[in-house]
Write a protein of this length. Structure first.
Length: 438
């Protein structure tokens, strides 16, 4: 099959330029700025596809940057939200579905004894960190280089794209600036290399009594880097021994790596886990789940948890409908086998084209890196060797051939990427590769 390349982007270019008169850069999240040839201006979306204002149709692997594990406009979620819409959507009071959703999460997440709701992943991470500090009465939080936990202080340091911080293990208090020219609001943050048990041991030996929590993605989205065997368990042991909390930030991995979260898949019980994105299948709901004695600090007002939109009735109804879909027996076997097959064939295509690209896949998370296919990938230093320009050029070629991926090479497979959609994607990707090499 020969696919017609998308060639016209003038509508998106003009619309972004016009929007930039009112919105800095014309986009409302920095992550959307990187897309080439232009941030797309989308007119509508359905299933596996998005349609831009130039009339181009794309097979979409951005999937809203992760929430759309069921694709665009999934009928079950749409119907549930429409039903709720008739009954009102923001009560400023409790409503029955909040407890139904909390109970469902407690049933499926191994670490969950209690649950609280908020709106975005960044907010929920913020709550989890405050809870850990309130519970332990300590201030220091440990994170890992190259891992992203939202854009709030103090976690917005050592994120993907920043220089590696391998010196962190020896000189752990890192003063990096997320806002140029302004010192970070809170420097009680230590950044360690990923997949390095010795660094954890050394840090806890010297600072164990000061550490409130260790927060991690479990499988870092940048590079989809799986943890070494025993690494997560080792961290569980060390944190427990020293009275620090283990926080699993599952905003990306939650429901993308299994119904029981990434912690269920890895067989570990963190003290807290943070959920967002796929929980609402496109509606803004996040949650912190975990130990009763930690979460109950909110109830006792030691740590006030507030928010006008917490437990928004539309978003809760979307989450309940989404969880019902994720609970179908075939949901994960299909999602994983297709993601694995797609990533393998994608690697074959780029290899055949002679492009220096490595395709890394774990569960329903695929990361394309500007590295030779056989490069090791265990930590952020390995990842940082990736050539971002190669990946961005590849992403642009795909967009020009009707396959929408993030400029940094992340793909978010969803249940709507069935075999036919994936086959068409591979055909288009083959043509995109040819356009890069001829
Ligand atoms: C692992 C992780 N944590 C937290 C966040 C922040 O979530 P939000 O963008 O909903 O604030 C993200 C967003 O990409 C994320 O990937």
């Amino acid at each position: 099959m020969r696919c017609k390349p998308n060639s016209a982007f003038s509508g998106s270019i003009a619309a972004i330029a016009a929007a930039a008169r009112f919105i800095p850069s014309g986009v409302t999240s920095a992550a959307r700025m990187a897309a080439k040839p232009t941030p797309l201006v989308i007119e509508r979306a359905e299933g596996a596809h998005v349609f831009d204002i130039d009339g181009n149709k794309y097979i979409d692997f951005v999937m809203g940057f992760g929430p759309l594990l069921l694709g665009h406009t999934p009928p079950a979620v749409t119907k549930a939200v429409q039903r709720q819409l008739q009954k009102g959507f923001l009560y400023g009071s409790a409503h029955s579905n909040e407890a139904v959703l909390a109970r469902r999460l407690i049933d499926i997440l191994p670490c969950a004894e209690k649950v609280i709701f908020s709106n975005t992943g960044s907010e929920a991470v913020h709550i989890a960190i405050r809870l850990a500090r309130a519970f332990t009465k300590r201030r220091i939080v440990v994170k890992f280089e190259g891992q992203y936990h939202g854009w709030f202080d103090p976690v917005c340091y050592g994120t993907p794209g920043q220089v590696p911080l391998v010196a962190a293990a020896e000189s752990p208090r890192v003063h990096m600036q997320a806002t140029a020219g302004i010192p970070p609001a809170n420097t009680d943050m230590i950044i360690l290399p990923w997949n390095n048990s010795a660094a954890i041991d050394a840090l806890f030996e010297n600072h164990g009594g000061e550490i409130a929590a260790v927060i991690m993605e479990g499988i870092p989205q940048a590079g989809a880097i799986a943890p070494n065997s025993d690494y997560i368990m080792h961290m569980r042991e060390v944190t427990r021994t020293h009275g620090a909390l283990m926080i699993m930030d599952e905003v990306i991995t939650g429901f993308r790596m299994g119904l029981g979260g990434i912690h269920g898949a890895l067989g570990v019980k963190p003290d807290l886990c943070v959920l967002g994105k796929a929980l609402g299948a496109g509606f803004a709901i996040s949650a912190v789940a975990g130990r009763d004695e930690v979460l109950s600090l909110t109830g006792r007002k030691t740590m006030p948890h507030m928010g006008t939109f917490n437990g928004h009735a539309l978003h809760v109804s979307a989450a309940l409908a989404a969880l019902a879909c994720y609970s179908e027996p075939d949901f994960y076997p299909h999602l994983y086998s297709r993601s694995e097959r797609f990533a393998r064939q994608l690697q074959g295509i780029v290899d055949e084209a002679g492009l220096t690209l490595k395709v890394s896949q774990t569960g329903a998370l695929i990361s394309i890196l500007g590295l030779p296919a056989d490069s090791p990938l265990t930590n952020y230093t390995d990842l940082h060797a990736s050539n971002p320009a190669t990946v961005a050029d590849f992403a642009e070629a795909l967009i020009r051939h009707g396959v929408n991926i993030q400029a940094r090479g992340t793909l978010m497979p969803a249940s709507v990427h069935d075999d036919a959609v994936l086959d068409e994607s591979l055909t288009r990707i083959r043509q995109a590769c040819a356009s890069l090499t001829t």
